[in-house]
Design a protein around this ligand. Structure first.
Ligand code: PGA
Length: 257
């Protein structure tokens, strides 16, 4: 299976000019790798997810990577001030949407019912949906049950036929932006567990073929460790995706350069 690397820029950078510069630098990095014939085409799919206002201009720069959005609304149009619909995103060339990121579950108080609506709507419009799941604290909660609950509620009633367009990002909240990372053995167990839950929801084929990514303090030094874990199909990268040098290191590990 091809590896997927998703750069989640979050609320960065501050200006359009800085976003364009970053996108150009990342494209340069990707060009460097593919000139060694090991780039995107066979081994990895790169996705860049800038903030909404930069999507159009960043999308114009991207050649070797696909455009992603960090969120999407469930309705297509109407009286929803500030919301951004799937059709709007599609018209900008967006192919991937991230849904249910723990930061949005937290500061925007997103519920599983809302996330379910977003997934439904985005899948119906043909997007790849990247659903983020992950526990807050391994010691204080039954983290497997927590992740299972998220998957069951977020995918409630989603038809099996859409499973080809679904990607899971396992992002333990305690590992996001903290410099702490999950142990390989724990990651392996969690990925197997997630696949068992996917089996219950979508059946055997989907349980094997849905890509499961890891996210949480990924950088150029540790990317390899996660990519080597059986069943891990890629990475969701926050902070390190804003630094072209770091990003180069991560892309190199996935391309085996
Ligand atoms: P981080 O963020 O790489 O900065 O930890 C990952 C994410 O939140 O997607």
């Amino acid at each position: 299976m091809r590896k997927i690397i998703i750069a989640n820029w979050k609320l960065n950078p501050a200006t359009l000019a800085a976003a364009q510069l970053l996108a150009r630098r990342i494209e340069k990095v990707l060009a460097l790798i593919s000139s060694k014939r090991l780039g995107r085409s066979k081994k990895a799919e790169m996705v860049i997810a800038p903030p909404f206002p930069f999507l159009l201009e960043v999308g114009r720069i991207l050649r070797r990577s696909s455009l992603g959005a960090q969120d999407v609304f469930w309705e297509e149009k109407g009286a929803y001030t500030g919301a951004v619909s799937p059709l709007m995103l599609r018209s900008l060339g967006v192919r991937y949407v991230i849904v249910g990121h723990s930061e949005r579950r937290d500061f925007a108080h997103e519920t599983d019912a809302e996330i379910n609506g977003k997934i439904r709507s985005a899948l119906a419009k043909g997007f790849f949906v990247v659903l983020c799941v992950g526990e807050k604290d391994r010691k204080k909660e039954n983290f497997e049950r927590f992740v299972k609950q998220e998957l069951l509620l977020d995918f409630q009633g989603i038809p099996k036929k859409y499973s080809k367009k679904i990607i899971i990002a396992y992002e333990p909240i305690w590992a996001i932006g903290t410099g702490k990372t999950v142990r390989s053995s724990d990651l392996y167990e969690m990925v197997m567990y997630i696949r068992r839950v996917l089996f219950d929801i979508f059946g055997k084929k989907a349980a094997h073929s849905i890509p499961v990514l890891y996210g949480g303090s990924v950088n150029a030094k540790n990317a390899n460790i996660f990519l080597e874990v059986d069943g891990v199909n890629g990475l969701l990268v926050g902070g390190a995706s804003l630094d072209p040098e770091e990003f180069l290191g991560i892309v190199k590990s996935v391309s085996g350069v």
